[in-house]
Design a protein around this ligand. Structure first.
Ligand SMILES: [Zn+2]
Length: 296
C-alpha cells in the first residue's frame, strides 16, 4: 500500500511538470540576425552575427522552450550567407520557426525561389498552435519589389503600390512590402477559427504595423489593423525590421518591435518570452528590454 501511495505521488509530481499542464510556456525570440560577410555599415556589424547567434543559441538551449522564432532578415545579401548561420541555428534543441524578412530575398533573382526551402519553410505565411494559443506568422514581403516572385504577385504589388501613392505614406518604401488579398482573407479565416476554438492569438511578422507615419510599416498596415480590430482574442503582434525597437499597446494588443541582433559593435539582442494566463513576460538579453505585458 505504501508502495502504491509512493508511486501515485511520483506520477502526480511528473504530471505537474508536463509542459501541457503548466500555467505558462516559454519561447525564444531573435530579430534581424542579418548575417553577411560584409563590411560594417553605420550601425550594422554583419560579420559579428555568427558569434552572436551562437551565443544566443547556447543560452536558449539551457531553457525548456516551446519554440524559437526568428523574426526575419536572417541574412543580408548573398544566398551563401545562409550557409554560415543555418548550421548554428540548427543546433537549437527546440522547434524552430522563421518569419520572412525583406533581406532574406536580397539574393540573386535566380535564387529567390530557393529561399523558402533553404529556411525550411513550406509556406510563406502559416499558423501553428501551442497550448491554448494560435500563432499567426505573416509574410510582409508577399507583395513587394524584392519578394514577389510570381507574375500574379508582381502585378498585385504594382497595383497596391500605385493605389497607396496618393496617400503619400512615409512607409511606401521599396524595401517594405504589403499583404496580398489572399493573405488578408486567410488571416480573417484564421481569426474566425481561433474565436470558435476559444484560442488566444499572437502575430509574428517582420514589419511593424501600428504607428501612423512609421517608415518601416507594411504598406497596407491600415487594412490589417482594420481587419484585426474587432477580434478581442488578438493579444500581441511581434516584429523586427526597425532595429531600434518600439512598443505600444493599443486596444488590448501589445505591439512590440524587437531590437536587431546585428546592430552595435559590442552588444546583442534576443529574448526569452514567458506566456502565462494573464501576462507576457519578456526577459531581454543585451539591448533588449525586459518587460511585463498584462493581458486582459
Ligand atoms: Zn528588414
Amino acid at each position: 500500500m505504501k508502495c502504491l501511495l509512493g508511486l501515485l505521488l511520483i506520477l502526480t509530481a511528473c504530471k505537474s511538470h508536463d509542459s501541457e499542464s503548466l500555467d505558462y510556456f516559454d519561447v525564444g525570440i531573435i530579430a534581424d540576425c542579418q548575417y553577411c560577410n560584409c563590411d560594417n555599415s553605420t550601425a550594422r556589424y554583419y560579420k559579428k552575427s555568427t558569434k552572436r547567434l551562437q551565443d544566443a543559441v547556447d543560452e536558449l538551449n539551457t531553457k525548456d522552450l516551446n519554440y524559437v522564432i526568428h523574426l526575419g532578415d536572417f541574412i543580408d545579401r548573398d544566398f551563401a550567407s545562409f550557409d554560415s548561420v543555418l548550421p548554428i541555428w540548427n543546433k537549437l534543441k527546440s522547434d524552430k520557426k522563421h518569419v520572412l524578412g525583406n533581406h532574406d530575398f536580397s539574393v540573386a533573382d535566380s535564387l529567390k525561389k530557393e529561399v523558402m526551402a533553404k529556411m525550411g519553410l513550406s509556406k510563406r505565411y502559416y499558423s501553428f498552435k501551442a497550448h491554448n494559443w494560435r500563432f499567426i506568422v505573416l509574410d510582409g514581403n508577399d507583395l513587394s519589389y524584392h519578394g514577389a516572385i510570381s507574375e500574379v504577385k508582381k502585378k498585385e504589388t504594382d497595383s497596391l503600390f500605385n493605389r497607396l501613392k496618393k496617400d503619400s505614406l512615409p512607409n511606401l518604401q521599396s524595401w517594405n512590402g504589403g499583404l496580398s488579398k489572399t493573405q488578408l482573407h486567410w488571416v480573417k479565416k484564421e481569426l474566425d477559427d481561433a474565436v470558435l476554438k476559444k484560442e488566444q492569438v499572437g502575430f509574428y511578422c517582420h514589419f511593424p504595423v501600428v504607428r501612423d507615419a512609421e517608415v518601416h510599416n507594411i504598406w497596407n498596415y491600415r487594412q490589417f489593423l482594420e481587419l484585426i480590430k474587432d477580434y478581442g482574442n488578438v493579444k500581441f503582434y511581434f516584429n523586427g525590421h526597425n532595429h531600434h525597437g518600439d512598443y505600444i499597446e493599443k486596444n488590448g494588443v501589445h505591439f512590440l518591435t524587437f531590437k536587431g541582433m546585428v546592430d552595435t559593435p559590442n552588444s546583442t539582442a534576443f529574448s526569452v518570452v514567458r506566456i502565462t494566463k494573464d501576462s507576457i513576460l519578456i526577459k531581454g538579453y543585451g539591448r533588449e528590454q525586459s518587460r511585463r505585458l498584462k493581458m486582459n
